[in-house]
Ligand binder design. Structure first.
Ligand SMILES: [Zn+2]
Ligand SMILES: [Zn+2]
Ligand SMILES: [Zn+2]
Length: 258
């Protein structure tokens, strides 16, 4: 029981979320709760440990919904706003624990965080500002959090190097348009693969549905879930009918126990 790995999809939408402000397309007006997508993020839990991957603009709402009261680590895949914009709200966890929140990211990402949240890194600390404890990671070294290894997987988001993560037989790859050949060995024998599938039409920096399905076919995970979905993907219930039996779109609130 305590050794289970529990994954909660906190958000499965692209940078604009779904519905898109002002849009009246079929997907944006759908009343299926699975077509409402906050910005992409997952919660990884094992034992008493809570690890969150990415903290976009919906971070506060996502934390309220999942109900966690402590965060052992925040891992950032890359520095795009839809993955870091909500970081100011770690203040709630600072207050409860009386300590900084540990943030794990690559050096380039840390520089952006220090610019975007410059007030949190000044020598004089105003009361109530967020406290981050940044730890640098790279694509070669497993990040071990409370005894559990998170293996970083280098992915390319067009020209931007980003990180995916493998935890046991689960892998989370968001915001990518290719995987360097040398990284493929890290993605063998997966029980579950989560992969970026933005929409039907091609996109320069994200896999579209067809490309994501090719990766799934190549890696042969037991099961694959699509994430970082835009309103350029048809409704959840409709796309589900077109997918192979071992693939489904993830949706906000979906929980997996591995
Ligand atoms: Zn994104
Ligand atoms: Zn729309
Ligand atoms: Zn991105």
């Amino acid at each position: 029981m305590s050794n289970q790995l529990k994954i909660t999809f906190l958000g499965t939408g692209t940078s604009q979320g779904i519905p898109v402000i002002g849009c009246r397309c079929d997907v944006c007006v759908s009343d299926d709760p699975r077509d409402k997508r906050l910005r992409s993020s997952i919660l990884v839990q094992y034992g008493e440990t809570n690890v969150v991957i990415d903290a976009g603009p919906d971070f506060r709402q996502q934390m309220l919904t999942c109900g966690i009261d402590h965060m052992d680590a925040l891992i950032l895949t890359h520095e795009h706003k839809d993955h870091i914009a909500g970081m100011d709200d770690v203040r709630a966890f600072n207050r409860i624990s009386g300590d900084a929140v540990k943030v794990y990211c690559e050096e380039r990402v840390s520089e952006v965080v220090k610019t975007e949240f410059s007030y949190a890194f000044k020598n004089f600390r105003y009361p109530g500002i967020p406290k981050f404890d940044i730890h640098l990671i790279d694509d070669k070294t497993p990040l071990v959090l409370q005894g559990e290894p998170f293996m970083p997987v280098r992915c390319m988001h067009y020209k931007l190097p980003v990180l995916g993560f493998r935890i046991r037989n689960f892998a989370y790859l968001t915001d990518l348009s290719s995987i360097p050949e040398r990284e493929i060995s890290k993605l063998q024998n997966l029980e579950v693969l989560v992969i970026d599938a933005l929409r039907h039409e091609p996109h320069i920096s994200h896999y579209n549905l067809e490309q994501a399905l090719e990766v799934v076919e190549h890696l042969k995970p037991g099961k694959a879930y699509l994430t970082h979905i835009s309103h350029g993907m048809i409704k959840h219930s409709e796309v589900l009918k077109q997918l192979p039996a071992n693939v489904e779109p993830a949706y906000d609130g979906l929980k997996l126990i591995l």
